[in-house]
Design a protein around this ligand. Sequence first.
Ligand code: TXA
Ligand code: MG
Length: 323
Amino acid sequence: MTEILPPSAEALDRAAAALRAGDLVAFPTETVYGLGADATNDHAVARIYQAKGRPSFNPLIVHFPTAAAAAEHVVFDVRAENLAAAFWPGPLTLVLPRRPESPLSRLVSAGLPSVAVRVPAHALARDLLTAAAIPVAAPSANRSGGISPTLAQHVAASLADRVALILDGGACTVGVESTVIDLSTPTAALLRPGGITAEQMSAVIGPLVASSESPDAPKSPGQLLSHYAPGLPVRLNATRAEEGETLLGFGPVAGQPLSLSLTGDLVEAAAHLFAALHHLDQPDRYRAIAVAPIPENGLGLAINDRLRRAAAPRGGAFVGDGD
Ligand code: TXA
Ligand code: MG
């Protein structure tokens, strides 16, 4: 049975230590309970997708105790500074350009050049983030397709033994996920309505557009992901590299220069996926990418979803799924 811990100094210590060790910890925020992992640890982030059973790698929100801590990883412009000053801590998530030197896992942003960051208002969440002293990636703490949890018991019912421990902070007060606003482009775009309204934000930064109306924002999460597919051709289910191709392997196959996981471990493969694609996407070093078959089960579903997007013809209409 997963432990549900009421708030105490000892519970916070244990939860912070578990996060730092790469384990999953569910914790309350003012919106919904989050399924947290060390956002700088590729394997820990891969375990979030595994626990949720997500069929795709939706980018995750990274949580910080302060705006200053977030600013070590993303670039704040004046709009972001003003919104953070007005609504943080609170139910607002800002999508901002990632700093090149940030150690955040690429899996957190599903390969995108931006990262969604948030400073939650819940006292227990902030105490945990301060004690852990690492950026914490956290989607809602439910199995994919399930209802977002607003009680510790909801988390236990949905995720059972898939989480190391659950911090119990009682009922979430907001009850719906945070507002997500994209500030990675010149036009501020509302990606997800939530606890902070568009009117409240317009009062601070001026007009914003719905993501579907933005001149720069992609129309759907699916397009968002395919937009950043590698520039080189990608061929899937390859058993060997053809002339000009570099093989990205999976499992114990001889002669693979690069492998997502030599042991055929899907958590490891997910942890390496985006770094491997970024590495291979160098036209001066490589000409074409061939990827070995990945099993269509567990995390393999999300890995194959992302690989199919990478291999899709550019501009191809991939419609993404929500969470
Ligand atoms: O209230 C909340 O935000 C909760 C609590 C736990 O903080 N978290 C949450 O996370 O709802 P999640 O992973 O379920 O939702 C993340 C949302 C998705 O809509 C995702 O597409 C968007 O944020 N998102 C994350 N990173 C993004 C990025 N780099 N660009 C665009 N959208 C992004
Ligand atoms: Mg969710």
